[in-house]
Design a protein around this ligand. Structure first.
Ligand code: GLU
Length: 473
């Protein structure tokens, strides 16, 4: 059997973490089995669907490297197909026309609720001997079996049973002629030969209704795997409205697709204790058996840890392309300054995200606009005279270097330290603040070396100016 899975988002918003994870699992399952992965856009809800959202979802999938073999199929382009099947079902007597008015249905619902019954269509128009209703408008309802149960073996949750009595005679075509969601999904899954439906657990209640339609049209029922939900750190269902959950947001914040995929695959799936899995390994190892029944909890620290791992382990050139993108969004011109690859080497261990790296490395490319307030207070105000002395000595040493190499810079720092009573302790901080604007940076020699001789000297001059003007004698 050729395995075929699908990802079928409704284009009513952006791709979120949960959707991306479902797409990943579905994609991995297809890839593991050398099968096919289909992209289907479920846009029958015209009020809520929009083109921008389908374009954005596809862009996010591409960014994540989740490629599809077929599609995108759009449900709105298949309306004739759905209606042909509905007409056939009317002939086959597996569906029927329902002429009940809204008023009748409302009253029925109220009465049922008043006596504590679950609201459900009473099957008035299903009966062969029904009294004719004087209405032109009708919907088409599916003749759901009245007896027995729908039983399916969910690959994650095990045996699941729903009593047919609990299931309504689903409307499959509205009075305006448009087919409804649960029906279209079934016809698509049949026509697209989907063998495995991997989707969110929020769809589990749709499954028995869909299975009954599969049976009614004599189609093969796919295997189902309903992926558990993702909870936030407070144990609440991860909601679209709260927090940074959109894939684009993670991208903007400087997460790598590799890190996000690795994080998502482990969020609900395990392979022993393995935490680090690249895409190739995932494709070789992923099975539905490793998926967890219980909900998973979002842990941003772990995502950051993985991101830093990939920043430091993927080829520098590749990381540089992502960093370049971040530099552009931070409006930093990288023409005059160190190569971005060197920045990755320098800051890889100090930054969790590439956005952090981009904003941290600004001082390599742009003149300083200000000093960190508390650092300046301590070193350029409270300890102004010691700092002034250190900066003056250091300026002379740096300016006198003929061949600007890292070794020469290290030697210059040693010479300056030897000349000062407080040694290296008095040199480090004032110089660091003078050339980076803050008290945090990679080791001083590498930082100085990377910034370059001319910039270092002029920044020390500027710091000396600052100290003098803020601490008049
Ligand atoms: N369109 C549905 C959604 O976006 C998915 C339906 C399915 O996978 O069957 O939640």
């Amino acid at each position: 059997m050729k395995i075929k899975t699908r990802f079928s988002p409704s284009p009513t918003g952006d791709l979120h973490l949960g959707g991306a994870r479902t797409a990943l699992y579905s994609w991995l399952f297809a890839r593991y089995h050398n099968g096919k992965f289909v992209l289907r856009i479920e846009d029958t809800d015209v009020q809520r669907s929009n083109k921008n959202s389908s374009t954005a979802i596809m862009e996010d999938l591409r960014w994540l490297n989740l490629d599809w073999d077929e599609g995108p199929y759009y449900q709105t382009k298949r309306l004739n197909r759905y209606n042909t099947i509905i007409d056939q079902m009317l002939k086959d007597n597996t569906a029927y026309k329902c002429y009940c008015s809204k008023e009748r249905l409302d009253a029925l619902r109220e009465n049922q609720m008043a006596i504590g019954k679950k609201p459900q269509y009473d099957g008035y128009c299903r009966a062969d001997n029904k009294k004719p209703i004087d209405h032109k408008k009708y919907v088409v309802r599916f003749k759901n079996p009245k007896e027995g149960s729908v039983i399916f073996d969910d690959r994650i949750h095990g045996r699941i049973e729903f009593k047919n009595q609990e299931l309504d005679d689903l409307i499959i075509r509205r009075s305006d002629g448009s087919p409804t969601y649960n029906f279209c999904v079934v016809i698509d899954d049949v026509d697209m030969n989907i063998t495995h439906v991997i989707r969110g657990v929020d769809h589990i209640n749709n499954t028995p209704r869909q299975i009954n339609i599969f049976k009614a049209i004599g189609a093969t029922i796919p295997v189902y795997a309903h992926v558990s939900m993702i909870l936030d750190a407070n144990g609440k269902k991860l909601s679209k409205r709260k927090g940074a959950l959109k894939i684009t947001q993670y991208r903007n914040e400087g997460y790598l697709p590799e890190a996000l995929l690795n994080y998502l695959v482990r969020l609900g799936w395990s392979f022993g204790n393995r935490e680090i899995l690249n895409l190739k390994e995932m494709k070789e190892l992923f099975t539905l058996e490793g998926l967890s029944k219980s909900p998973s909890t979002m842990n941003i620290t772990k995502l950051q840890w993985l991101n830093q791992h990939y920043i430091n382990h993927l080829p520098r050139k590749y990381i540089t392309t992502h960093l370049q993108w971040q530099m552009q969004s931070e409006n930093i011109n990288t023409e005059h300054g160190p190569k971005l690859e060197d920045i990755v080497t320098l800051l890889g261990n100090r930054c969790n995200t590439l956005q952090e790296m981009a904003s941290t490395c600004r001082y390599f490319y742009e003149e300083l606009k200000e000093y960190n307030t508390s650092a300046a207070q301590k070193y350029f105000h409270n300890q102004a005279s010691t700092s002034q002395q250190s900066l003056e000595v250091m300026r002379i040493e740096l300016a006198s270097i003929i061949h600007w190499t890292q070794i020469e810079v290290t030697n210059a720092i040693h010479r300056a330290s030897n000349k000062l009573i407080g040694g290296i302790r008095t040199v480090g901080m004032p110089v660091r603040i003078a050339i980076t604007g803050s008290s945090k940076s990679p080791t001083l020699d590498i930082t100085l070396y990377t910034i370059g001789q001319k910039r270092c000297v002029s920044r020390i001059d500027a710091a000396l100016e600052y100290i003098k003007s803020h601490n008049p004698l």
